[in-house]
Design a protein around this ligand. Structure first.
Ligand SMILES: C[S@@+](CC[C@H](N)C(=O)[O-])C[C@H]1O[C@@H](n2cnc3c(N)ncnc32)[C@H](O)[C@@H]1O
Length: 294
């Protein structure tokens, strides 16, 4: 879930410090910081950049957010919406025996919760380092390192698919991913995915009051890109409006059953990047799409 993961839109032109926790002890000459900008980025460039970014930053992500995520909770978003209360995949007692694909699983906390319900999850992620964290915590289910745009599974392999801020915010061609998910789902199968709420792209990615004033066009779909000195992308997020996402879902062969915008609960005093109680009480931070394969 995403700053990192989903921290758009930072101020473009601003450089972000390196966050690699596995830097060598012997200091090399400092590599310059990536530059944040808005520019086009295609499928291959986005995938390559994000694979590298998540491999380099998985350790920090899990250190920073692991406690909030828990080892075996299914949390949909920084608001803390839990699948136990939301039941977006259906009643927990009906998950028993279901084949479930978790996409952009990170350390696979959701898959672990699904296992506890008697489901048979498979956790997929683009980043091998994220999946190493899944192994560290414990993964009594298959882990698959692959891109959501090319799922290495046979048609109709799963009853359900889910993704908590995994893949969809990062891909240049979301319809390709939705078609892939549809292909591997059995008829009637459900796909539920959460993303940064599109309205967030109109505001600075700041948790405080400075994050409350519109600073960019909601309608500007130009991707957020961090690039190195050579102009090569090292991190990419893609913006779709709410209408775009609905059309993507339909174009991917799904029926939209619900669109959930979790409200900020009073118990949650934690900040997550640009998500905060202050902003969460005023504007939505997350959109969760509940889709069914026709
Ligand atoms: C914000 S993290 C979310 C991880 C986990 N679902 C959670 O809630 O902590 C986004 C994850 O999506 C993965 N990801 C990004 N692009 C992807 C792609 N094209 N295919 C599969 N996974 C991808 C990243 O490697 C990362 O682990």
């Amino acid at each position: 879930m995403r700053s990192p993961a989903c921290r758009p839109p930072r101020q473009v032109g601003r450089k972000r410090p390196h966050t690699n926790t596995r830097e060598p002890i012997i200091q090399e000459p400092e590599a310059s910081e990536p530059e944040a900008t808005r520019r086009t980025a295609g499928v291959t460039e986005s995938s390559r950049a994000n694979r590298g970014w998540w491999d380099r930053n998985a350790d920090e992500y899990q250190i920073e957010h692991g406690t909030f995520l828990g080892d075996d909770r299914f949390v949909w978003s920084p608001e803390g919406l839990d699948e136990v209360e939301a039941e977006l995949l259906g009643p927990p007692e009906e998950l028993k025996g279901k084949d479930v694909l978790e996409i952009g699983a990170g350390a696979a906390q959701c898959a672990r919760w699904l296992t506890a319900q008697g489901a048979r999850p498979v956790a997929l992620d683009l980043s091998h380092r994220q999946l190493q964290h899944a192994l560290r915590i414990g993964a009594p289910f298959p882990l698959v390192c692959a891109d959501a745009g090319a799922l290495p599974f046979a048609d109709r392999s799963f009853d359900l698919a889910c993704s908590a801020y995994g893949a969809l915010p990062f891909v240049a061609d979301p319809v390709l991913v939705l078609k892939e998910v549809r292909r591997v789902l059995r008829p009637g199968g459900r796909f539920v995915f959460s993303v940064t709420h599109p309205i967030r792209w109109a505001f600075p990615d700041e948790p405080g009051p400075e994050g409350l004033a519109v600073s960019a066009s909601y309608f500007d779909r130009t991707p957020y890109v961090e690039q190195d000195d050579d102009g090569s992308a090292v991190y990419v997020e893609h913006h779709r409006t709410i209408g775009d996402r609905v059309r993507d879902v339909v174009a991917g062969g799904f029926r939209l059953v619900d669109l959930v915008e979790p409200e900020w609960p009073s118990w949650n005093t934690a900040e997550w990047g640009g998500w905060s109680p202050l902003r969460g009480n005023l504007i939505p931070g997350t959109a969760i799409f509940v889709c069914e394969r026709d």
